[in-house]
Design a binder for this molecule. Structure first.
Ligand SMILES: Nc1nc2c(ncn2[C@@H]2O[C@H](COP(=O)(O)OP(=O)(O)OP(=O)(O)O)[C@@H](O)[C@H]2O)c(=O)[nH]1
Ligand SMILES: [Mg+2]
Length: 458
């Protein structure tokens, strides 16, 4: 454990900037309490220097002339039982940017410096309060856009992934012990070999499960993307507005009203959903409209879910039928066919399986709700597919791939030879990868790359 005794004292606002009732400012470092003591006056007449740890005090932050900057609460925490493992004072003040800045400025005058991105978490990691995987999970937790991401990142903050790494580490150490022991116990060589092979096979199976859903985890992380596509005038923008509950996109009975994609995000069904309205599909010589249509098709390809909106009150052109059939064919698992304008008599032939069609009308609100129910179940189905024991980031993903590659190599080697020097060498190599995953051996550069992802104040 590296204890950051020589670190400077750092300060930052931990709550987001902007108006609100209160803001939280955190000071961490060897001089944190001294610094807070010098800039404060407490209602109990005492100094923060002389008070016991993990106590809260009402008081004021004072400027150089001794005038009050703000009325605040001080949360006093002595090392090492703090988030960073250092001396920490958290100041809860009124959330006005001038006040927050004046308090931070005062601390800087007294010797603190502004914290960099993720610096508090980095100190927590360096002081052994959390491992790297937990630090990354804290960042995920802050940015979680779906309930599932929140649940999984919270579990990772609590150490679920770290516990998995530790278990695999133990298993590999056990293999290494068998491998090394076989130098001395030649008679047991075969038995040791098969024990190692069994362990490697079990770990590889676990890796397959963890890896399986990685490509779909983006949805868990960032929410789902729902694109509305279809012919001009089908009512895509009307539906987009109805789903959002606000008039975000322009609606008109002029074909080709929407010429570029318009997107808006909302929290719905426990997830962050980005709805994307697109330019209507039709044959046109207008180059701007053509570009819009190209973008619509790109959106459809990228979306997690497509609402193919069809005006059921008019007949469908042959060309249209062909385009829709293609879109459905290519996106079968993620499409919902929406027959809009069902307040009007139905003219369009039922082209598709009836269970895939939802009849809506944007001027009859109850009918949009039917689509919302369908969407909700589609999204939960999509997120279920993406479920995995852990939520991995790119760094962890690449290290797991490297680990898998090494274990596969080892498996192959063991089929050819039982040369234990070689087996031990590969096991040590795999263990090094695991150590890098949990941050036990990560380089300064790698560590900086991890914490740069964090915001200031975390
Ligand atoms: N009767 C009826 N009219 C609708 C309904 N939904 C939309 N409309 C009308 O259909 C016309 C086209 O609606 P938009 O929402 O602009 O259609 P769009 O698909 O976005 O059209 P483009 O942007 O041109 O591709 C407007 O006059 C709407 O008022 C509906 O459910 N019933
Ligand atoms: Mg439109």
């Amino acid at each position: 454990m590296i204890y950051c005794q020589d670190e400077e004292t750092i300060i930052a606002q931990c709550t987001p900037q902007g108006k609100g009732a209160i803001a939280l400012i955190r000071l961490s470092g060897p001089q944190a309490i001294e610094c807070a003591a010098q800039m404060s006056k407490l209602a109990n007449g005492k100094s923060l220097n002389e008070l016991p740890t993990h106590t809260i005090h009402f008081g004021w932050v004072l400027d150089a002339q001794g005038s009050i900057i703000d009325q605040v609460m001080f949360l006093l925490m002595h090392a090492p039982r703090t988030f960073t493992g250092q001396q920490v004072v958290e100041i809860t003040c009124h959330n006005n940017q001038f006040l927050v800045e004046a308090i931070i400025e005062k601390a800087i005058q007294l010797g603190a410096r502004l914290a960099k991105e993720g610096e508090f978490a980095k100190r927590a990691y360096l002081n052994g309060k959390i491992d790297l995987v937990q630090a990354e999970a804290i960042n995920e937790l802050i940015h979680a856009c779906t309930q599932q991401a929140l649940k999984q990142s919270l579990a990772q903050v609590e150490g679920s992934f770290s516990a998995w790494i530790e278990r695999i580490q133990k298993e590999l150490f056990k293999c290494l012990a068998f491998s090394d022991a076989s130098f001395e116990f030649i008679d047991e060589e075969m038995e040791f070999g098969s024990l190692i092979e069994q362990s490697i096979a079990t770990i590889l199976n676990e890796l397959v499960v963890i890896k399986k859903s990685y490509s779909q985890q983006q949805r868990i992380r960032e929410g789902v993307r729902i694109a509305l596509i279809g012919a001009v005038n089908a009512g895509k923008s009307s539906l987009f507005n109805a789903l959002l509950g606000k008039n975000r996109s322009i609606v008109a009975d002029i074909a080709g009203t929407t010429r570029d994609t318009v997107e808006a995000g909302v929290y719905r069904y426990g997830n962050y959903c980005t709805f994307v309205d697109t330019a209507g599909l039709r044959n046109t010589n207008d180059s701007i409209e053509q570009e819009g249509i190209k973008r619509s098709l790109q959106e459809a390809a990228q979306a997690d879910c497509i609402l193919l909106v069809i005006d059921q009150s008019r007949s469908m052109l042959h060309e249209e039928q062909r385009v829709y059939a293609d879109i459905i064919e290519q996106n079968r698992s993620k499409i919902i066919v929406v027959y809009n304008k069902s307040d009007l008599p139905r003219i369009t032939n039922q082209l598709f399986d009836s269970e895939n069609i939802v009849y809506v009308s944007t001027i009859k609100p109850g009918l949009v709700q039917l689509l919302e129910q369908r969407l909700e179940s589609k999204i939960s189905q999509l997120l279920k597919q993406a479920e995995s024991p852990f939520l991995l980031n790119k760094r962890q993903w690449h290290l797991l791939l490297a680990l898998e590659q090494r274990l596969n190599e080892l498996k192959e080697i063991m089929q050819r030879t039982m040369a234990y020097e070689i087996i031990s060498y590969h096991l040590k190599d795999a263990l090094e990868h695991l150590a890098e995953l949990s941050g036990q051996t990560i380089s300064e550069k790698g560590m900086d790359a991890v914490f740069r992802e964090f915001c200031v104040g975390k």
